[in-house]
Ligand binder design. Sequence first.
Ligand code: MG
Length: 229
Amino acid sequence: MQKLLLFDIDGTLIRSNGAGRLTLAYALERLFGTVGPLEEYNMSGKTDPRIITDLLTAIGVSPKEINKQLPAIYELMAEHGQKIFKDKEMTACAGVPELLARLVARDDVIMGLLTGNSQLTAPLKLSAAGIDPLQFKVGAYGSDAMDRNELPAIGISRANQLTGAQFNGNNTVIIGDTPADILCARAGKATAVAVASGWHAATTLADYQPDHLFDNLGDTDQVLQALLS
Ligand SMILES: [Mg+2]
């Protein structure tokens, strides 16, 4: 049976060292002259449109205006990312290059992304960390939905369109580093694989009862077994 593996990016595949926050600050500053309460905002597990909407709502921008500006914000974020990512020493998380090399060689696996990043920024971040974005055949992005829990269905539907396969929650695995990733896997009736390589301790992630939990993705054989079982 084929498996669809949907990977989160930040804290799961790569460490971006605050680069995402800088691109957001740049875009908001350019368009609105302020970043709103970005300094104290917890971005963990949230989609870009969720973050942007929260920050702009806090300074009184209307939902209608926010929606209208989202595409321009994504463009500015990507444009700035293209400039700064190379200097942010972004790296792949432990074990990720080895794991991806093993997965890409298999014909029973479709690799995809499920991320709060916009579709424009996601490949830039991966490339900056030395990961080839083209090995991910499908993606569900923050630019597709504000609510992360809507992204599994989008990723699954795109994988089905691309491959003609019949993916559903039963043969889909969502890999992420935050409680929001685990909840989103549940929303998509998919298998939840949590990895404590981001901002959340394994003990915190364990409270959300993922199907599998790793400190990092370093033990390739063990991770493969969890992903493909
Ligand atoms: Mg993450």
